[in-house]
Design a protein around this ligand. Structure first.
Ligand SMILES: [Zn+2]
Length: 397
C-alpha cells in the first residue's frame, strides 16, 4: 500500500581533506582526488590559489564538536520542515524528546536545503546553513547524534512532482521518456551509471555533513523500483542487484572512504521477498536483493517494517550477513512494539537500537508532542503515540 510516505566540491571550489596517510595530503577537486605528491607544479599553484575559500569553509566547520553517541540508539526520524519552523522542532527536542531519552535524530532533508554548491537544487522552504547549525547545536546540547538523510537513487519524484535534481538535470533520469507528470510510476530514479551524477550528489552530501556537523549520512535508497530500465541506454538489461550495489558502493566510497563518516541505508532493497514474505514494499521483488552480498558490512541497515508480525526475519538475517541493524517502525503502535521486542530478543550483538519514523512534517510532529495547535490529525496522533510507546519501552517502562 502507498501509505508509507507519504564531490568533491564544485569545480570552482576545493578542499584540503586532511591527511589520508602519514605522508599524503589530498587535494580534492571535482570528483577526483590527487595526492600532492602526484600533482604538477601547475596544479600545486592552483591548489594554493584555492586555499583561501578552503580556509573559510574550514573555519565554519563545527566538526571538532561532532558528537558520536554509542548505541543503543533511541532514534527519531523527522521530515525536515520549512526552515522557519525549525525553532519549533528544536523546542520539541528540548522539552519532549530529550526527556524521553532520544539520542539519535535522523533528519530527512533531501533537497530542502539552501545549497551553496548548487543553489538551483534547493526546494521551497530551504534550510539555510545558519539554521542547520542552530539545529545541530540543539541536538549536541542534548547529546543527540544528528544524521541528515538525503534520498539517493530513488524517490526522485513524488506523485506528479519531480524533485529538483532531475528537473534541472533531466540527463540523469533513468526513465527519460516517462511523462513529466510521472503518470503510472511510483517515483523516478536517477541513473547510477551516469558519468556525472555523482559529482553533483557528492557535493550535496558534503554540504549536509558540514552544515549539520554530522558524523554519518543516511542515503535513503528505499523503494527503488526503477533500476536497470529499458529506457536507459547505460543500464538496459543489466543485473539490478549489481546496479544497486554499484550505487551503494559509490556512496560508501565517498562517505566512509573519503569523508570518514558512517553510512546508513534503508534495508528493503536488500531483502528477497520470496524468502522474507514482507511484500514488495518492505522487501524486493525487482531483482535487487543480491546486492546484500556485494556491499560493505559497516553500513548500518535501517530495517523498516510497519505491520504487526509474529517474526521479522530480516533482523537476524542482516546480523548474520554482518551488518548492524537499526529496526525502524512507524505509526502502528502494536507493530512498532512488536518489531522492537522481536529485535531485542534476536539481538546477536548487532541490533544498535530502534528508530521511530514519522513521515509527516516535523512541525506537525513537534506540535503534537508539545500539545499545541489543537487536536492533531489522526495519523499524526497515531505516529506520536507509537513513538512515545517505543521510547518508553526502550527506557524500561
Ligand atoms: Zn541507467
Amino acid at each position: 500500500m502507498l501509505w508509507k510516505r507519504g564531490g568533491g566540491v564544485n569545480s570552482g571550489d576545493a578542499a584540503l581533506n586532511g591527511p589520508r596517510s602519514r605522508r599524503e595530503f589530498v587535494c580534492r577537486r571535482g570528483d577526483g582526488f590527487v595526492t600532492l605528491s602526484e600533482v604538477s607544479m601547475k596544479n600545486l599553484f592552483l591548489c594554493l590559489a584555492l586555499a583561501a575559500p578552503v580556509a573559510c569553509l574550514a573555519a565554519e566547520r563545527v566538526a571538532p564538536d561532532r558528537l558520536t553517541v554509542p548505541p543503543p540508539w533511541r532514534g527519531v526520524h523527522l521530515m525536515a520542515p520549512d526552515g522557519r519552523q525549525l525553532p519549533l522542532v528544536q523546542r520539541a527536542i528540548r522539552e519532549k524528546l530529550a526527556p524521553l531519552g532520544v539520542n539519535l535524530i535522523v533528519l530527512e532533508v533531501n533537497y530542502r536545503f539552501a545549497w551553496r554548491s548548487h543553489p538551483d537544487l534547493a526546494d521551497g522552504g530551504a534550510i539555510t546553513w545558519e539554521q542547520a547549525r542552530a539545529f545541530a547545536e540543539v541536538c549536541r546540547e542534548h547529546r543527540m547524534r544528528l544524521v541528515p538523510l538525503f534520498n539517493c537513487l530513488g524517490h526522485q519524484s513524488w506523485a506528479a512532482r519531480t524533485a529538483p535534481l532531475l528537473t534541472r538535470h533531466p540527463e540523469f533520469d533513468e526513465t527519460p521518456r516517462i511523462p513529466a507528470d510521472n503518470r503510472g510510476i511510483y517515483c523516478r530514479s536517477w541513473c547510477p551509471q551516469h558519468p556525472v551524477v555523482n559529482t553533483v550528489v557528492f557535493a550535496l552530501m558534503d554540504e549536509l555533513l558540514e552544515a549539520f556537523a554530522a558524523d554519518a549520512l543516511h542515503v535513503g535508497m528505499d523503494e527503488v523500483f526503477l533500476i536497470g530500465h529499458e529506457q536507459c541506454d547505460r543500464c538496459r538489461g543489466q543485473d539490478p542487484a549489481k546496479l544497486f550495489a554499484r550505487a551503494v558502493n559509490d556512496y560508501h566510497r565517498h562517505l566512509v572512504g573519503r569523508r570518514k563518516v558512517e553510512m546508513m541505508l534503508w534495508g528493503d532493497r536488500l531483502l528477497d521477498d520470496t524468502v522474507m514474505n514482507y511484500g514488495e514494499w518492505e522487501a524486493s521483488r525487482n531483482g535487487t536483493a543480491g546486492a546484500v552480498d556485494l556491499i560493505p558490512k559497516d553500513i548500518i541497515i535501517c530495517d523498516w517494517h510497519y505491520e504487526p508480525r509474529a517474526e521479522y526475519p530480516s533482523v537476524p538475517f542482516f546480523q548474520e550477513k554482518g551488518f548492524r541493524v537499526l529496526p525502524s517502525s512507524w505509526r502502528n503502535r502494536d507493530a512498532a512494539l512488536a518489531l522492537l521486542d522481536y529485535a531485542r530478543a534476536q539481538d546477536r550483538g548487532k541490533v544498535v537500537g530502534h528508530l521511530g519514523t514519522t513521515w509527516s512534517g516535523a512541525d506537525a510532529i513537534a506540535r503534537a508532542l508539545l500539545g499545541e495547535g489543537g487536536e492533531p490529525p489522526g495519523q499524526v496522533r497515531q505516529i506520536v503515540a507509537a513513538l512515545e510507546a517505543c521510547l518508553k519501552r526502550l527506557a524500561g517502562d
